[in-house]
Design a protein around this ligand. Structure first.
Ligand SMILES: NC(=O)c1ccc[n+]([C@@H]2O[C@H](COP(=O)([O-])OP(=O)(O)OC[C@H]3O[C@@H](n4cnc5c(N)ncnc54)[C@H](OP(=O)(O)O)[C@@H]3O)[C@@H](O)[C@H]2O)c1
Length: 88
């Protein structure tokens, strides 16, 4: 009997514009996960934007500064979804 298909997991990576966060985003995408990666505000284009361009919609970029309490609260809620894992 065929096994039911598992939903594709999603990971939220805070601070994914560069460095370890960016590397983790690329790694999880490579393993088939969906990724929500955060960058700080502004119009600056980052390596994460280039990665999103080639991710076929599996990498979503959100703006978050963890020193901004209202936006931090919003993203804490995202981490509580059943199919998500949270990294920062
Ligand atoms: N690299 C290593 O070998 C290593 C080893 C052990 C531990 N660590 C620790 O792991 C962490 C990440 O290291 P890294 O080398 O990847 O650092 P990094 O290259 O400096 O990257 C830091 C990331 O965090 C983001 N960020 C900084 N302040 C933020 C804020 N207030 N709100 C949201 N995002 C913010 C940065 O965004 P912007 O682009 O907007 O600045 C960037 O995406 C650091 O705490 C570091 O001490 C690193």
């Amino acid at each position: 009997m065929p096994r039911p298909e598992r939903p594709v997991p999603t990971i939220l990576i805070i601070g994914a514009s560069r460095g370890l966060g960016y590397a983790m985003a690329a790694e999880f995408l490579g393993h088939g996960w969906n990724v929500v990666g955060t960058v700080r505000g502004g119009t600056r284009r980052t390596p994460l934007h280039d990665l999103a361009d080639t991710s076929q919609g599996r990498l979503e970029i959100e703006v978050l500064d963890i020193n901004d309490p209202p936006s931090s609260t919003r993203y804490t809620t995202s981490c509580q979804r059943d199919d998500s894992t949270c990294c920062s």
